[in-house]
Ligand binder design. Structure first.
Ligand SMILES: Nc1ncnc2c1ncn2[C@@H]1O[C@H](COP(=O)(O)OP(=O)(O)OP(=O)(O)O)[C@@H](O)[C@H]1O
Ligand SMILES: [Mg+2]
Length: 440
């Protein structure tokens, strides 16, 4: 258990690649923080600096009030779960979990108790005698987490721990992590590029882009009050629709105009815009698909139906409005069998003044929340896509080991031919596990 403080942390690789900049964050004891953002935005780098696996170029990191910039990983009292599990294939589940404690010369009795407790928490007590090869992906994942739990670290770091799993298992493991969090009283920093994971797990979410923090907030805050267009597009599925629109100020009242719609903004939004003294101007208007409704009124955005996607509890209607693709989520009642609309049908869309997000055309900032200049990254040139599963970067070169270390290798697979994909994953990660920086 510990609080963490990251102060103006910066990482430059090889004097050229700026991976993380001006990273400022205070993390409370036992808080669950999620770092989220597209591939290459600096999530792993940030986590690895906290772990001590990566040197900090500038700034300071404190764990439990202690500055750890130069403290080696093993003395930081943290445990890290890597994306690729890194289990020892020749050891049983029991030995995999116990290994770090054995290295630290814990008494056998204590080790046994801790391993069994962890297995209980993770619901893998039945599997303790098996080897990793005989486990499913989710079970292997739990063993990797078990190995971290028994260390009872002050801080738990997890780097995309679920990204190797299929969608169903990922959902299941996500709820396991929520349960785990309730049982293990520790501070968590969790990295993912999946906004759903971020929204469901985090007490607070840190959204990153190109090395810069874009916004820090609770899931509700970042969803309802996105700091800029990037956050607006990244958080929430389907993505927020963005229209070219006009913000109109009339005394103490604001309207947004898009298509033929003219909608008065809610009192809360009006108050924030007034306090920032925002004037009439062209804006990017953000409207979430679930906040658009079909209407018969004239005061509305005209659109034409493209396709309807039946999702079960709702229909996602893709329409063309103001020359662009727009998605409208129409919830379905129990009795309604089909809410889809025929292609080419003209429809009209409306929205409430509390659902409208207005962003600066140039900078992409939410006009309700003026931001300090240095936090500003360029507005996205294109809509953020759902990020693909990223390739995990290799671990850093290990400390000199007593075992004979092979010569620097060409990128040939470090496993014999004929292994199935599971075995390959295990084989690839053994070397990394053997050099566990947190236990040696
Ligand atoms: N060892 C390294 N040497 C040079 N550049 C690196 C190194 N590791 C990462 N980078 C670069 O730093 C930036 C941030 O990388 P990082 O691994 O932190 O991203 P990430 O957000 O974790 O992405 P992903 O979702 O793909 O894992 C990227 O531009 C990456 O290419
Ligand atoms: Mg990463």
């Amino acid at each position: 258990m510990a609080d963490l403080s990251l102060r103006k942390v910066k990482k430059v690789y090889d004097n050229t690649v700026v991976a993380v900049q001006a990273f400022d964050l205070e993390i409370a004891d036992k808080e669950f923080i999620v770092l989220v953002g597209p591939s290459g935005c600096g999530k792993s780098t940030t986590l690895r600096m906290v772990a001590g696996l990566e040197e900090i170029t500038e700034g300071e990191i404190y764990i439990g009030g202690r500055k750890v910039n130069t403290v080696p990983p093993k003395d930081r009292d943290i445990a890290m779960v890597f994306q690729n599990y890194a289990l020892y294939p020749h050891m049983t589940v029991y030995d995999n979990i116990a290994y770090g404690l054995k290295l630290r010369k814990f008494p056998k009795r204590v080790i046994d108790q801790k391993v069994r407790e962890a297995a209980e928490i993770l619901d893998i007590s039945e599997l303790l005698k098996r080897k990793p090869k005989a486990l499913s992906g989710g079970q292997r994942q739990r063993v990797a987490i078990g190995r971290a739990i028994v260390r009872e670290p002050q801080v738990f770091l997890m780097d995309e721990p679920l990204s190797n799993l299929d969608a169903k298992l990922r959902n299941q493991m996500r709820s396991e992590i929520i349960k785990l969090r309730q049982k293990v009283n520790t501070t968590f920093i969790y990295v993912t590029h999946d906004q759903t994971e971020a929204m469901t797990l985090g007490d607070r979410i840190v959204i990153m882009r190109e090395g810069f923090v874009q916004q820090v907030g609770t899931p509700q805050e970042v969803f309802h009050h996105p700091a800029n267009l990037f956050v607006a597009g990244f958080i929430g599925t389907p993505q927020m629709n963005i229209f070219d629109a006009q913000l109109v100020r009339e005394g103490e009242t604001y309207f947004v105009e898009a298509g033929n719609a003219r909608v008065k903004l809610s009192p809360e939004k009006t108050a924030r815009l007034l306090s920032a003294d925002v004037d009439s101007q062209p804006v990017k208007l953000g409207l979430r698909p679930e906040h658009l409704t079909l209407t018969e009124e004239e005061n509305a955005i005209s659109a034409t139906v493209d396709v309807s996607e039946m999702m079960g509890s709702a229909v996602h209607i893709h329409v063309n409005a103001c020359g662009q693709d727009v998605v409208v989520v129409v919830p379905l009642g129990e009795e309604e069998e089909d809410g889809s609309l025929p292609m080419g049908k003209p429809v009209r869309l409306t929205f409430r003044g509390s659902a409208a997000h207005v962003f600066d055309v140039e900078t992409g900032h939410n006009l309700e929340y003026p931001q300090p200049k240095e936090q500003i990254a360029e507005p996205p040139a294109e809509e953020p896509e759902s990020p693909e599963t990223p390739a995990q970067e290799p671990e850093p070169p290990a400390e000199p080991q007593p075992e004979p270390v092979p010569e620097p290798q060409p990128p040939a697979p470090p496993y014999p031919a004929g292994l199935d994909s599971t075995e390959k994953i295990i084989a690839e990660t053994v070397a990394e596990a053997m050099n566990d920086p947190f236990t040696e």
